[in-house]
Design a protein around this ligand. Sequence first.
Ligand code: NDP
Length: 477
Amino acid sequence: GVADIGVTGLAVMGSNLARNFARHGYKVAVHNRSFAKTERLVAEHGDDGTFVPSESVEDFVASLSRPRVAVIMVKAGAGTDAVIDQLAAVMEPGDIIVDAGNAHFPDTIRRENALRAKGLHFVGSGVSGGEEGALLGPSIMPGGTKESYDRLGPMLEDISAKVDGVPCCTHVGPDGAGHFVKMVHNGIEYADMQLIAEAYDLLRQGLGASAAEIGEIFAEWNRGDLESFLIEITAEVLAHTDADTGNAFVDVVMDRAEQKGTGRWTVQNGLDLGVPITGIAEATFARALSGSVPQREAARGVLPANAGTWEVTDRAGFIEDVRQALYASKVVAYSQGFDQIAAASAENGWDIDRGAMARIWRGGCIIRARFLNRITEAYEENPDLQLLLAAPYFTEAVGNGVAAWRRIVAQAALNGVPTPAFASSLAYYDGVRADRLPAALVQAQRDFFGAHTYQRVDRPGTFHTLWSGDRSEEQQD
Ligand code: NDP
């Protein structure tokens, strides 16, 4: 075969990825279950570079140079398994199959195991940036073996987004590590979006400002520490006027946020690992609440608010308070996400470099942001950092905003504006920094009703109190 790399699955993501490879000078073998998509890609974008189209999987594999690299970009789930089976049947030991779709990482671990037994490399790779990223430079998070990365990595780095000339692609770790990190990326994206939405709501209700005016505030924020793709597009969305009604576009959109499932996966995994990812969880549940239509109808106009009304006298001060609260809550959400990566990395032996993850998220992906540089720096300074929030830069940045953060969460509560992500992030902040938590009482209750034992602050050992007897204490070990 002559092709450097192949792409199978030529819907929007796959075609754009194939075109991106072609534009970088690679000979790209292209294949799709139904040949029409392959023909269309070559007819419409043949001048992007060199495509080698095939109608059958056999011809597609034969058109690849050895060791072969085939990238799968099909509908995640059963489709991916079907295509893997077809490829594996004709590929040879040493060849590399890459799944660049949105697979759930346990599936990737399973597939990697099965293909390893056949001598094939299987690389589950996260790809973020949507259609445009796939074409112009995504953030790429490949897992799999180091050996497969030697062959594959340079090509992926070539087509990835670049920030200051540095590719937004690195080898994440073995088997499911790449898809895992992509999952957490999406979870953080959920949190980031919800925090922005809460900031918008507070500004709207607190200032009585129009969507367009708030769009201007976001545009201004995008020139500072909050600079990020999500803040930028928020400004654009808020500035947009609906052509039909002449109203602010955001006001004609039904207030129900849907989800495809990566937020849910992230939260489920956080629960499995016992890592408090409260920002991501609240964001995921906030979408669920927005879609709880019968419950919302049952509550609207029925549940009394007994709330105050906004009296913002210092407009600039209020805007700055909301900005500080947003920034601090955002740092909490990222800190929690990086904790989750650390926990999964330890559990699975992935050895993920968290600083490198922040680096490859700086461009191409949905959560790309200026402040990711600070996260990379924090982990470069201390690779074993226990808590991102406690890195000197963030301690100071968040510390400066804590008073504003408290004012905002308190006012929101007093005035009946829901801020689940702001409020839970502040609760996490206060919880994680507390000298002593009421968990002592919870553990005492557990010992009372279930003899679950406890440890004491004053001496080592495990103890149980005879609650139903004379309440004497027994040492267990
Ligand atoms: P779709 O998810 O809509 O999938 C369509 C493609 O899958 C078509 O090429 C289709 O072939 C193929 N396909 C489906 N089932 C099978 C099967 N059983 N056997 C063979 N081929 C099959 O395409 P997208 O381009 O939107 O997404 C591709 C992947 O990328 C998905 O995993 C998706 O989750 C992920 N994605 C990632 C994004 C990102 O930002 N990273 C954004 C969007 C998607 P046919 O033409 O013959 O029907």
